[in-house]
Design a protein around this ligand. Structure first.
Ligand code: MTE
Length: 328
C-alpha cells in the first residue's frame, strides 16, 4: 500500500491530563462561551448546518469554480494526486483513522450558517454561499504539513482570511480570532467520545489571521471542497502544522483572550497554540526533521523546511514572541 497508517498521535485527554485540570479547562472554555462535548445536539445553537433542511447536492457549490490561479503562490514539488488528498484524511469528528471519507459524506453542508461574533462592531449570521459571493475567489497552490509527518501539496480555492476580517470589522481590543467547527452527535459519531473537548476549536493571533498567506478554502482541485477535507469552508495556514487547519467552520469569534485550542487542551505539551513547522524542534514523541511527501510517485522523504518553506514571508510575525514555544 502506498500509505502506511502511522502510529496514532492522539491520546485520550483523561490519560494526558489530570482530571481536575481537564475539567477546569473545560469550564474555562464554557465561560468563554464555547459549547462542550457534554451538551446534547438538541441544545446546540443553530449555526453550522441547518437542522431539518435537506442536503442540497454537491452541484450546489460548483457554481463558484474553477477560479483563476494566483501565480504568486508557488510550490517546490508536484501536486499530490486528488485521489490521495481526498481519501487519506484526519477528521476526528468521524473517527481517529485515515479512511473517514465515506463517513464524512453524512454531513449536510448546504445550507450552512456562519456566525461572526465577539469583539466586532456588529454580530453577523450569514449563509456560506452569501459569504463566498462577497469574497474575491482565487486558486492557490499550498504545501500542507501534518504534525504526524505526512505532507501533501494541493490547489485550494477560496479567499484571503483578511477579507473576512475586513467584513467582520473587529474592534481594536480583539487580539485573537477563534474558529469553531460544527457539533452534531447524530452525524459525527466521533463526537460521542465525550473525553474530547468538542467542538473542534482553533485560534490565530489577529496579525497571523491578517497575513497574506492565511486563507479560507472553499474549493479543492478546482471544485467545491469535499466534505472530508472540510466543506463548506476550512482554514489554510500553510506555515503551521495541519491541526491548525480547522475544517467545517461554523463560528468566527474575535476575542481579547488567547483560546485553548482542541489539541492543546488534550496535550498542551505536544500541541501548542503557535504550532509553526520546524524540523529542528522535535515533537515530544518523534523527530520532525523529515516529512513523508505523498506525491504522484508515491511517498518521498524530504527535509522539513522552517515554517514549512514559508519563512521569508512569515518569520516577521514572530519577532518579539521568541520567548514562547513557537514550534509545537
Ligand atoms: N478539523 C476538524 N474539524 N477536525 C479534525 O479532526 N484535523 C486536523 C485538520 N482539521 C481536524 C481538522 C488535522 S490533524 C489535519 S492534518 C488536517 O485537518 C487534515 O486535513 P486533510 O484531511 O484535508 O488533509
Amino acid at each position: 500500500m502506498l500509505i502506511r497508517i502511522r502510529k496514532n498521535w492522539e491520546i485520550p485527554e483523561r490519560e494526558a491530563t489530570p482530571q481536575d485540570i481537564f475539567y477546569s479547562r473545560r469550564s474555562i472554555l464554557k465561560n468563554l462561551g464555547y459549547s462542550g462535548a457534554l451538551l446534547t445536539s438538541s441544545i446546540i445553537p443553530h449555526y453550522g448546518m441547518k437542522s431539518g433542511v435537506a442536503n442540497a447536492s454537491y452541484r450546489e457549490g460548483t457554481k463558484f469554480y474553477p477560479v483563476p490561479r494566483n501565480s504568486k503562490y508557488k510550490i517546490d514539488r508536484p501536486i499530490t494526486p486528488e485521489e490521495i488528498a481526498t481519501k487519506y484524511n484526519n477528521y476526528y469528528e468521524f473517527g481517529s483513522h485515515k479512511k473517514i471519507w465515506p463517513l464524512a459524506q453524512k454531513l449536510t453542508v448546504h445550507p450552512w450558517q456562519i456566525l461572526i461574533n465577539g469583539l466586532v462592531e456588529k454580530e453577523k449570521l450569514l449563509d456560506v454561499d452569501d459569504l463566498i459571493r462577497m469574497m474575491p475567489l482565487e486558486e492557490r497552490l499550498y504545501r500542507h504539513r501534518c504534525v504526524e509527518r505526512w505532507s501533501i501539496a494541493i490547489p485550494y480555492s477560496g479567499f484571503p482570511l483578511r477579507n473576512l476580517l475586513d467584513y467582520a470589522a473587529p474592534l481594536g481590543s480583539a487580539k485573537y480570532l477563534i474558529m469553531e467547527s460544527f457539533m452534531n452527535l447524530d452525524l459525527a459519531l466521533g463526537q460521542r467520545q465525550f473525553w474530547y473537548p468538542w467542538p473542534y476549536l482553533e485560534g490565530l493571533a489577529i496579525d497571523e489571521a491578517a497575513h497574506d498567506l492565511a486563507f479560507i478554502a472553499t474549493g479543492y482541485y478546482g471544485k467545491p471542497i469535499p466534505k472530508q477535507n472540510g466543506a463548506p469552508l476550512r482554514l489554510a495556514v500553510p506555515w503551521k502544522y495541519g491541526f491548525k487547519h480547522i475544517k467545517a467552520i461554523t463560528k468566527f469569534t474575535f476575542s481579547a483572550e488567547r483560546p485553548i485550542s482542541f489539541w492543546e487542551s488534550i496535550a498542551g505539551n505536544e500541541y501548542g497554540f503557535w504550532a509553526n513547522v520546524a524540523g529542528a524542534v522535535p515533537h515530544a514523541r518523534w523527530s520532525q526533521s523529515t516529512e513523508e511527501f505523498l506525491g504522484p510517485n508515491g511517498k518521498e522523504i524530504r527535509t522539513t523546511k522552517l515554517y514549512n518553506g514559508y519563512a521569508e514571508f512569515v518569520s516577521g510575525l514572530y519577532r518579539g514572541r521568541e520567548s514562547e514555544s513557537l514550534f509545537k
